[in-house]
Design a protein around this ligand. Structure first.
Ligand code: SF4
Ligand code: SF4
Length: 140
């Protein structure tokens, strides 16, 4: 392949990748507009399948709530400890044992703000998000 062909191929790949990222972002922003219809099905998957990052405010609130030795740091981030792949605070019945003082990311999941725009994470493990996607498809 000559140099102009390589540049053209690279440009096409970059364009397709950017279009893919943009499409995912637009879809997430559209899902976020349906936030009021989101219903958590209490499956607990978000407590089993995610790493829960903690802000300084989370740590302060949780320590004030009497918790100790509940997080570890990696790559400069504080994260809730996990046991057998699950958050240490997920109880045997599948409920959060620290619900009133749980971290901010747990309160917001699956909704976030990305570049200042409300965004819903495409979490295939979350039946609530799956339902939102079905609603969105029906409305189209
Ligand atoms: S994964 Fe989704 S539906 Fe399941 S508990 Fe978390 S937010 Fe609720
Ligand atoms: S703190 Fe509670 S809500 Fe957050 S991941 Fe752990 S069990 Fe789930």
């Amino acid at each position: 392949m000559d140099a102009p062909s390589v540049v053209l191929a690279f440009a096409i790949i970059t364009l397709l990748f950017s279009a893919g990222v943009l499409s995912v972002f637009i879809q997430g922003a559209r899902l976020a507009r349906k936030k009021n219809t989101f219903s958590c099905e209490q499956c607990g998957n978000c407590c089993r399948l995610r790493t829960i990052q903690l802000s300084k405010d989370d740590i302060t609130r949780m320590e004030k709530g009497g918790l100790q030795n509940f997080y570890e740091t990696a790559g400069g981030e504080a994260r809730i400890k996990r046991i057998k792949g699950r958050c240490v605070f997920l109880d045997a019945g599948g409920s959060c044992s620290v619900y009133d003082i749980r971290p901010e990311v747990c309160r917001r999941f699956p909704f976030f703000t990305l570049f200042g725009i409300p965004y819903c994470r495409h979490a295939s493990f979350c039946p609530g998000v799956e339902n939102l996607q079905k609603c969105l498809k029906k409305a189209q």
